[in-house]
Design a protein around this ligand. Structure first.
Ligand code: URA
Length: 434
């Protein structure tokens, strides 16, 4: 077999066999197929698509490119969650401890942010000392002993995805349903969880911009999980406006801590309870979502979710004084609250623009490996559908220099759209795919 023939076949819209997909992924992982051929191949996939059988074969080939963890002998059932990425999405920080406090083991390998979309690891790394590079043995031992782990993806899990994702990021080939599905699911299958909750974001601040595309992606990922012998549910959730108020690493960590302590913005709290409830259903702790919501709420009310979060931070060597006293977390030198220039109803808050403005302030990376500033970010103080009066606080900017703050203020004004008529609030969810 030759890589070039497989590229040509996909370029000519033909279906690839399992052997051809295996050949390409194995060759690319071993470094025998160069980046330029892989780039041409993923572009052909982006343009011409893959059917479900090809996507499943691609996912399994990527999962098999490294080690596949088997957690079945470690805990009775391990659950995991994955968000397809969004702005202000700190859900894992709240949901993992709630679900773990209900007695289900949650082992999660997360990523750093890239582009406008934030990353869970960056938020957790605002806690001095917190380790996100646990070895496989440490991951398993912590899952067994305290039932909660939140670490980075180890290099030996789905290495083909690591290489392909970096390549896609710089070749304009991220936005492809088969490529996203295989990237997400290869990692999830390799990380060993038996039950997986997929939070598929849809809207202006998500990879999937419309509901039909998001539903197709969700169904494809759930089907792949089933074929790989895992349980899975996908939730379709809104990402037109940022989730919660905070966008930026230490700010989002603070918001997650407040939520675990029974405060926090209402939309974020509701979103977290819904995700937690579905994970509890998947893990067999409760029969239905309603009971799951009640139990998740109880974990918040009783402070058991917060206690679990602390336990995890301590287990991963984080300095717990920073989460007990969040005012110790990195703070920006300049904090400015900007007031509304006019009165009206908020008709839109462009999530992607807000995410990109946060990256501009230093909260994210332009390129993989760039340093980030944990202290900077934005707080959006209203939601779409709310009435805001002239002079009322609209957003707060946390910046470390005056020039960025001024530029950011102008950019954020552009992210808001207004209506003179009452406008409906955005839904938090668009449904569940099983
Ligand atoms: N998240 C992933 O892990 N992979 C993608 O391709 C897109 C989002």
């Amino acid at each position: 077999m030759r890589a070039v023939d497989i590229i040509i076949k996909k370029r000519d819209r033909q279906e690839l066999s399992r052997e051809e997909i295996d050949f390409f992924i194995e060759g690319y992982t071993r470094g025998e197929i160069p980046d330029y051929q892989a780039a041409a191949w993923v572009m052909a996939i982006l343009l011409n698509g893959m059917n479900n059988r090809e996507t499943t074969d691609l996912t399994l080939a990527m999962a098999r490119s490294g080690e596949i963890l088997d957690l079945s002998g470690v805990v009775p059932i391990a659950v995991d969650k994955h968000s397809t990425g969004g702005v202000g999405d700190k859900t894992t920080l709240v949901v993992e401890p709630i679900v773990s406090a209900c007695g289900l083991a949650v082992g999660k390998m997360s990523g750093h942010g890239l582009g406008f979309s934030g990353g869970t690891l960056d938020k957790m790394e605002s806690i001095p000392g917190f380790r996100t590079n646990l070895s496989k043995a440490e991951f398993i031992e912590q899952l067994r002993s305290i039932g909660i782990v939140l670490t980075g993806q180890s290099a030996d899990l789905a290495p083909a995805d690591g290489k392909l994702y970096a390549l896609r990021d710089v070749t304009g080939t991220v936005q492809s349903t088969p490529l996203i599905a295989s990237s997400v699911m290869s990692k999830k299958i390799a990380a060993g969880a038996q039950a997986i909750l997929l939070d598929v974001k849809v809207g202006l601040g998500a990879f999937m911009q419309n509901l039909a595309e998001a539903r197709t992606l969700a169904k494809l990922m759930v089907d792949i999980a089933h074929l790989a012998g895992r349980k899975a549910i996908a939730l379709l959730s809104d990402m037109n406006q940022p989730l919660g108020q905070a966008v930026g690493n230490a700010l989002e960590l603070k918001e997650a801590i407040a939520t675990l302590q029974g405060q926090g913005p209402q939309d974020f709290r509701q979103h977290s309870l819904h995700v937690a409830a579905l994970m509890l259903v998947l893990g067999g702790v409760v029969e239905d979502e309603e009971k799951g919501q009640e139990l998740a709420q109880k974990m918040l009310d009783d402070g058991l979710g917060w206690k679990k979060f602390r336990t995890m931070v301590i287990a991963q060597s984080g300095d717990v004084s920073y989460i007990d006293h969040p005012e110790k977390l990195p703070k920006a030198a300049l904090v400015e609250t900007v007031v509304s220039p006019s009165s009206g109803w908020l008709a839109g808050i462009h999530a992607r623009e807000v995410g990109e403005t946060a990256v501009f302030l230093g909260a994210g990376r332009a390129n993989k490996g760039d340093p980030i500033d944990y202290s900077v970010g934005i707080e959006i103080l209203h939601k779409v559908g709310e009435r805001v009066e002239k002079g009322q606080p609209l957003f707060t900017i946390h910046a470390n220099d005056r020039l960025s703050l001024d530029a950011c203020r102008d950019r954020l004004f552009q992210a808001f759209t207004w209506s003179t008529q009452p406008t409906p609030a955005l839904p938090l969810f668009y449904g569940v795919v099983k």
